[in-house]
Design a protein around this ligand. Structure first.
Ligand code: PXG
Length: 290
């Protein structure tokens, strides 16, 4: 069975899911997207992902041509059309076809498409052993240039960091903001734990408000773990007791060294392990039924 794609109101085989070369999503990276995950026949935090999508669109002054409920149905229908129960969903809204100029007013209708695919998981051993990461010279986009809170189709900044990760043979890297504070990975949020306190960078430093990040903060609070959104630097990562990354694709994944410094014992820490278990329980037991 061919992969079925939702494109502008219809679910069509992949071979027929074509967009214009004049689409400003292609010409300029002008558009927004979401990466969503389905577990065990339920879509995890679909409402939050759709809210973030519509907020990203508002922020770039783009009117999504379909209502929230119709978008929700498009996602569920696409997953069903592909017979998937565990899946990775890519929801994309581009500015739509226009002419060869930047002006978004020349694009009358945004293009909406949804791809539902199987997930490619990180190898299980990375969750047991933890990741070695390094910091990179590529800074995360300054919020006064393009807010990292917008999940836009402009991912070149993160791709530049990913290229450095590839050269170094590292699965993920730590990105800093222009002031040198730790902000995130190329597609994940970052947490550290010191003396029992969980810390993650605040939104104003220039990060994506990760759905997994929010879920992990909720879980930690429910376990009476102290949680703070607080600015920190690489030094704080080096001397942390524990560190982990969060993201829709990565879930919660331990980090055991940064720039060659062993973090804590050099093995995934006890709080990280507890949070990994609790996150998996939550992801497998809640969500919008497919
Ligand atoms: N920060 C950035 C910059 C992201 O792109 C996250 C954090 C985590 O957010 P969520 O809501 O997923 O917890 C993301 C999202 C990939 C891939 O293929 C991952 C993202 C985006 C695009 C591709 O791994 N992550």
């Amino acid at each position: 069975m061919p992969k079925m794609i939702y494109l502008d109101g219809a679910i069509v085989p992949e071979a027929d899911a074509k967009i214009s070369v004049l689409d400003h999503g292609v010409l300029y990276g002008d558009g927004v997207f979401e990466g969503i995950r389905g577990y065990n026949g339920r879509i995890f935090r679909l409402d939050e992902h759709l809210d973030r999508l519509y907020e990203s669109a508002r922020s770039i002054s783009m009117d999504i041509p379909i209502e929230w409920a119709e978008m929700e149905k498009a996602v569920v229908d696409t997953v069903n059309a592909n017979g998937l129960r565990d899946c990775y969903i890519r929801l994309v809204v581009t500015r739509g076809p226009g002419d060869l100029g930047l002006d978004p007013r020349k694009c009358p209708r945004p293009t909406v498409f949804v791809i539902a695919d199987r997930i490619t998981l990180f190898p299980a051993e990375l969750y047991d052993k933890g990741l070695a990461v390094m910091s990179v010279s590529t800074r995360r986009t300054a919020p006064d240039a393009l807010s990292p809170r917008v999940k836009s189709l402009n991912y070149l900044n993160n791709i530049m960091a990913k290229i450095l990760a590839n050269i170094a043979g590292m699965p993920e890297v730590i990105m800093l903001n222009p002031q040198g504070y730790v902000v995130e990975g190329t597609g994940d949020n970052i947490f550290i734990i010191r003396k029992g306190k969980l810390m993650t960078p605040p939104l104003y430093l220039g990060i994506l408000e990760g759905i997994t990040r929010n879920a992990v903060m909720e879980i930690a609070r429910s376990m009476d773990i102290e949680v703070a959104e607080e600015a920190f630097a690489l030094h704080d990562v080096y001397v942390a007791d524990e560190c982990f990354l969060t993201g829709t694709a990565a879930e919660v994944i331990p980090v055991v060294s940064a720039d060659g410094r062993r973090i804590g014992s050099g093995e995934p820490g006890p709080i990280t392990k507890k949070l990994i278990r609790a996150f998996r329980d939550l992801a497998n037991s809640t969500g919008t039924p497919i």
